[in-house]
Ligand binder design. Structure first.
Ligand code: CTP
Ligand code: CA
Length: 222
């Protein structure tokens, strides 16, 4: 209660945040990945820390780093590794936020040696990766669960389907239909969608987007 007086309103809360891309190996020197930087997740982590929370950041391959007494970073490569770390920690977590750009598929087999250049075409068989967030949603009891959605069509409708399928408390829709928003940009334009309400926000920096998301979480859990 002293903590709350000091403004550290999340002092007794444990956060679990996924961030960054995943790298799915093809052979010893190649992988399937994406351009996610991990910045949105890191900004959310910093904002949660500033409100007094303890944060466990499960981070795919990313150049980002941050030091804080209340921050633990576990670095992973693949979706399967990300899922395992999340499952090991979900039970004692109060708030989970999935910002990671998880590869939806991975190579069915990982070649043990570097694949040599031979024929004019090459096909890779891919298999579906586990859905980290959906797996956690299915195990949810008292945990508060937040997901992200990036859509190019029927944005709100598709985001609401994800909210329901993954058993989320709210979903952050990253709007693509806006200059300067989305992947590899410094700014984002988001909406927060829950079962019975929707809030739209202006285009702003990722740090300010993180503040809006944390304010929404604080409103819902305290
Ligand atoms: N997510 C996850 N594990 C996956 C895929 C997605 O945890 N294997 C999480 C993301 O971190 C995000 C949310 O699920 O919080 C939505 O991700 P998105 O890629 O938009 O949705 P998908 O369910 O993968 O569906 P699709 O890509 O077909 O739109
Ligand atoms: Ca996806």
């Amino acid at each position: 209660e002293d903590y709350i007086a000091e403004g550290l309103i999340l002092a007794n809360k444990q956060f679990l945040i996924t961030a960054g891309p995943t790298y799915e190996p093809i052979d010893p020197v190649r992988f399937i990945g994406n351009h996610s930087s991990g910045r949105m997740g890191m900004e959310i982590a910093k904002e949660a820390l500033s409100l007094g929370a303890k944060v466990h950041l499960v981070l795919g391959p990313s150049a980002l780093d941050h030091q804080h007494t209340n921050l633990q970073i576990t670095r992973v490569q693949t979706a399967q590794q990300m899922l395992q770390v999340c499952l090991d920690n979900f039970e004692h977590t109060d708030v989970t936020i999935a910002t990671a750009a998880v590869s939806d598929y991975r190579p069915a087999e990982v070649a043990s040696q570097k694949i040599k250049k031979k024929s004019d075409t090459l096909s890779l068989e891919l298999v579906k990766n586990p859905d980290v967030l959906k797996t956690l949603g299915a195990q949810k009891s008292k945990q508060f669960l937040v997901g992200f959605a990036l859509e190019t069509e029927n944005e709100a409708e598709n985001a609401l389907i994800k909210l329901n399928n993954k058993n989320l408390d709210f979903i952050v829709l990253n709007s693509m239909n806006n200059k300067g928003a989305g992947f590899q940009h410094e700014t984002n334009k988001i909406s927060i969608l829950a079962a019975d309400y929707k809030k739209e926000f202006e285009l702003k920096s990722k740090a300010d987007v993180a503040k809006d998301i944390l304010a929404e979480i604080v409103e819902r859990i305290t």
